[in-house]
Design a protein around this ligand. Structure first.
Ligand SMILES: [Zn+2]
Length: 309
């Protein structure tokens, strides 16, 4: 089998103001880094209808986002989060790509998948866009895996440098999803302490200190995350793949190396092979230094391809 790559040119239409870190160039850099990856099964990310986005958000939120889209230029929903003409369709593609990737992996069409779309999703809360995010892409994919495929045990690993506050909010009461977020603390958005555990103790926050680096990350995952995944026996593993913990990233100071993304992807794929036939769906979140983003995403996808072959 092979690895699917879901993306869509509509994700380039979502514009942010000049100088904004969450820029069109991110997707272009990732696409360029994956150009030579001939074995990828390249697929268009479909646009998710309201009913799919509604797995996690009220219709009032979907309508409010659609209504906020400007006719020209950009509009600020908060100090970080912006929309332009085309943003709603880009956001539908970001949700739809994650959901379609789950369908393809569950159907056995591909071994695993990477979803290279924007806007990212893990900061979007129930009725609140936040932190460059409009809808909770990975949380919706998890809810879809439960609703459409009857899964009872889904793992989400969020290794973006920021706390996945939106995913936590959307899945606070979801017993069937074991959610791990590793993130720098202190750092925006300020949530993600170990005391935040979800209704069923199914949310595990792993705060890491600024400057803690590769060894602390690897120890944390080895000691605290992987044994819990083994005990949970997931039927599917989803990844919120942000690459902004890289030492070159301008937004944070965790000081991870490109090789750390190779390592963590190998570990996750091996757990998936052990428990769920290798089923992994990874969705792009952050990563704002274009060079390290491209290198890290390529390292991540390289492992997905090797493990999925
Ligand atoms: Zn981030």
């Amino acid at each position: 089998m092979t690895t699917a790559l879901y993306t869509h040119s509509d994700c380039l239409a979502h514009r942010t103001p000049p100088g904004h870190p969450e820029q069109v160039g991110r997707i272009e850099s990732v696409a360029k880094a994956l150009e030579g990856f001939d074995a990828l099964d390249r697929r268009d990310a479909p646009a998710a209808p309201d009913g799919v986005i509604g797995l996690c958000h009220p219709q009032s939120h979907i309508d409010a986002i659609a209504a906020a889209e400007p006719k020209s230029g950009t509009v600020a929903l908060d100090e970080d989060t912006h929309m332009s003409p085309g943003s709603m369709q880009a956001a539908r593609r970001a949700v739809g790509g994650a959901v379609a990737a789950v369908d393809a992996v569950m159907a056995g069409e591909v071994a695993n998948a990477f979803v290279a779309t924007r806007p990212p999703g893990h900061h979007a809360e129930y009725e609140k866009p936040m932190g460059f995010c409009l809808f909770g892409n990975v949380a919706i994919a998890a809810k879809h895996a439960i609703a459409a495929h009857g899964l009872n045990r889904v793992v989400i690993i969020d290794f973006d440098v920021h706390h996945g506050n939106g995913t936590q909010d959307l899945l606070w009461n979801e017993e069937k999803v074991l959610f791990f977020s590793s993130h720098q603390l202190p750092l925006w958005p300020g949530t993600g302490s170990e005391k935040e555990r979800g209704k069923y103790d199914q949310i595990v926050n792993l705060p890491l200190a600024p400057g803690s680096g590769s060894l602390e990350m690897r120890n944390t995952y080895t000691r605290r995350v992987f044994p819990m995944i083994d005990a949970f026996r997931p039927e599917l593993i989803l990844i919120s793949a942000g690459f902004d913990a890289h030492r070159a990233d301008p937004l944070a100071q965790l000081e991870w190396e490109t090789d750390d993304y190779t390592w963590i992807t190998e570990q996750i794929c091996d757990l998936a092979a052990k428990h769920c036939g290798g089923r992994v769906v990874s969705t792009l979140e952050g990563g704002y230094d274009l060079t390290s983003l491209a290198a890290s995403a390529a390292a991540h996808v390289q492992v997905l391809m090797e493990k999925g072959a």
